[in-house]
Design a protein around this ligand. Structure first.
Ligand code: G4P
Length: 307
């Protein structure tokens, strides 16, 4: 799998989250609005039971607003789930989370008790920025490489809400190959074994299909190449990414497109829609079944050999 996933850390995080879950009233999951499915960690939904659940689609300032609306409606189909889109660049948007907690857990408020919220999210979605805004002070480091061991923090927000930061590290669980590319393209996961030309090609392929006008306008292209790779070559030529002899340096062209996606210079772009994901999930399920069958076969053969 191209995106590293650390089962040891996940296991520890899972155990610790399961331990504190009984004393939690509401769960807040921070997601990247450009990739709300791929930046999700399915373990949280599993451990949640039927507790109220707030999904924060952060970095909405970088995402396609039409698709963000689709995601909000999609998430809210589920019982007990409330979803909002925010930009942590605008603290007043993040502060809405407090009101949502109150709406979802009215009994604690009425009894004069603190609402106990657990905040979680994979690295780089903006969890630390969100915590600092809610706490009105710096309690979490922003923009750092995630540390491996991290003590659990409880922060009294002084407004009737006590926030617990998720213990351990949560990593995206990447079973869907497309998710790996999207996490890499948006810069959500830096620690990938993927080459930038592969990720750049994936991205340009996607943009040709989903945002052709933005791509043409940004790179002054009249037409696209036949494939994403061909288009990336055209972009490289336009941007002077050339080796001696006139060959395009694809890695350089890919880095340009990736950086300009990440800071929204190309435009407001979302990398996945609920519709796309529903189709991909069917494929993932098929692959899972295929793998299970193969594993069964392998075990049978090994058993026969041992006899
Ligand atoms: P984490 O705790 O989930 O790992 O994320 P963190 O808050 O550290 O944020 C990761 C990066 O994302 C930071 O940028 C942060 O400024 C940026 N960020 C967080 N929320 C938003 C948002 O709503 N919109 C945009 N555009 N960016 C956001 P960085 O470059 O890594 O650090 P810094 O240079 O900003 O300190």
């Amino acid at each position: 799998m191209a995106v590293h996933w650390y089962p040891g850390h996940m296991h520890k995080a899972q155990k610790e989250i399961a331990e504190i879950m009984p004393s939690i009233d509401v769960i807040i999951e921070v997601l990247d609005a450009r990739i709300p499915y791929s930046s999700n960690n399915p373990m949280i939904a599993k451990l949640r039971g039927d507790k109220p659940f707030i999904k924060i689609l952060n970095k909405r300032d970088l995402a396609d607003p039409v698709i963000t609306e689709q995601w909000l409606a999609y998430f809210e189909q589920e019982q007990g789930v409330k979803a909002i889109a925010v930009s942590a660049k605008k603290p007043e948007e993040v502060k809405q989370i407090i009101g949502l907690c109150r709406d979802l857990v009215p009994h604690r408020d009425q009894e004069g008790k603190n609402i106990r919220a657990l905040i979680c999210g994979i690295p780089n979605v903006g969890k630390s920025t969100t915590i600092n805004i809610l706490a009105d002070r710096i309690v979490a480091k922003v923009g750092n490489e995630p540390a491996v061991t991290k003590a659990q923090q409880r922060i009294n927000l002084q407004n009737g809400v006590v926030l617990s930061d998720t213990p351990g590290m949560l990593w995206p669980k990447v079973e869907n190959e497309n998710s790996g590319y999207r996490l890499a393209a948006t810069g959500a996961v830096k620690d990938t074994a993927m080459e930038s030309d592969d990720v750049g090609t994936y991205l340009v392929d996607y943009l040709m299909e989903a945002y052709p006008e933005l791509l043409k306008a940004r790179y002054d292209l009249e037409e696209f190449g036949y494939t994403g790779y061909d288009t990336l070559e055209l972009i490289g030529k336009k941007r002077g990414c050339l080796r001696s002899g006139g060959r395009v340096e694809i890695n350089k062209a890919a880095d340009i497109v990736l950086n300009e996606l990440r800071d929204a210079t190309i435009g407001l772009i979302s990398m996945e829609t609920p519709e796309m994901i529903e189709a991909e999930e069917i494929e993932v399920e098929k692959q899972r079944e295929l793998k299970a069958d193969k594993d069964k076969d392998r075990k049978k053969k090994a058993k026969k050999r041992r006899r």
